[in-house]
Design a protein around this ligand. Structure first.
Ligand code: HEC
Length: 267
């Protein structure tokens, strides 16, 4: 009898250990996938507040990044998938958004007389395009089209790290490098030449808070803004993921208890 009991305790602890191990390994899976993604050596990696299982967007950084986009990139690049009202997510107030959107002009209509008219944008409008159409965009940029930036962090390999490197990767071409007409040397673009002149420099944009505005910081904030734009539901998705993992741990434990109970007699 004594032996029986002992054996049972042993069995339980062994089972428990196995179950614990499986659950532990499963919960490590997201970390493993993350590590795998970042194990590449050619493209320098950077730390981002929104990376990792529990990463979240730093709203102050997204807001500063939006300022950089507005003052620099928006001259050439559209962000068609964004509406001004989306900015509420990153801590702008409704009043602020009204003021921001009213600084842009959209073509609306037709009115009762059948003609199109210009009006200030409102929060329910999409981000206003810098050009009337693709042709105008091309002709203004030496024949190259500045791509829409709404989901650019998803559209490029190495996403945010690539963009950060790209914005900081302009330099003089090495000797013997044949740079095309109207092209600029960049270490990180494929083929090392790009039709976009270096858009950001130290102090290109003045911040309202006391954050330093060197090139590295401007680019970091801008890329954080672009990452938010491409995946505004990221935090919700991660929260849900954590809840699901907790649920499975709890559920696994209940199943385990039920198993011990059901098999008690047989063991
Ligand atoms: C003077 C206009 C102009 C400004 C300002 C500008 N860009 Fe560009 N951008 C371009 C053009 C033109 C291209 C297309 C380049 C090419 O195809 O070689 C481009 C391409 C890009 C690309 C795509 C690179 C790739 O991998 O294909 C990204 C990303 C980008 N710009 C981001 C930005 C950001 C961020 C800013 C603001 C800091 C900015 N641009 C400001 C004109 C501009």
């Amino acid at each position: 009898m004594y032996f029986q009991n002992n054996k049972k305790i042993f069995l339980i602890s062994k089972d428990f250990f196995r179950l614990f191990l499986i659950i532990f390994l499963i919960s490590l899976l997201p970390l493993y996938i993350n590590a795998k993604e970042s194990s590449n050596t050619e493209m320098p990696k950077h730390d981002w507040s929104f990376k990792g299982v529990t990463g979240v967007f730093d709203n102050a950084s997204v807001q500063r990044g939006f300022k950089v986009y507005r003052e620099v990139c928006a001259v050439c690049h559209s962000m068609n998938l964004l509406y001004y009202r989306d900015l509420i997510d990153v801590g702008f107030t409704e009043e602020e958004i009204k003021v921001i959107s009213s600084e842009y002009k959209v073509i609306d209509g037709p009115n009762e007389e059948g003609s199109m008219y210009e009006r200030p944008a409102i929060p329910s409008d999409r981000f206003v395009d810098p050009y009337l159409n693709k042709e105008e965009a091309r002709i203004s940029n030496n024949g190259s089209y500045p791509p829409d930036l709404s989901v650019i962090t998803k559209a490029r390999k190495y996403g945010v790290d690539y963009l950060h490197n790209l914005l900081m990767g302009y330099s003089e071409p090495p000797e013997n490098f044949e740079l095309g007409d109207g092209m600029y040397y960049n270490l990180w673009i494929e083929g090392n030449q790009i039709a976009m002149p270096q858009p950001l420099y130290d102090e290109s944009v003045e911040y309202d808070d006391k954050t330093p505005n060197d090139l590295e910081q401007l680019s970091r904030d801008l890329v954080t803004f672009l990452a938010w734009a491409a995946e505004p539901e990221l935090e919700e998705r991660k929260n849900l993921g954590i809840k699901v993992i907790l649920f499975f741990i709890l559920f696994g434990f209940l199943v385990f208890l039920a198993k011990i109970r059901l098999w008690r007699e047989i063991n």
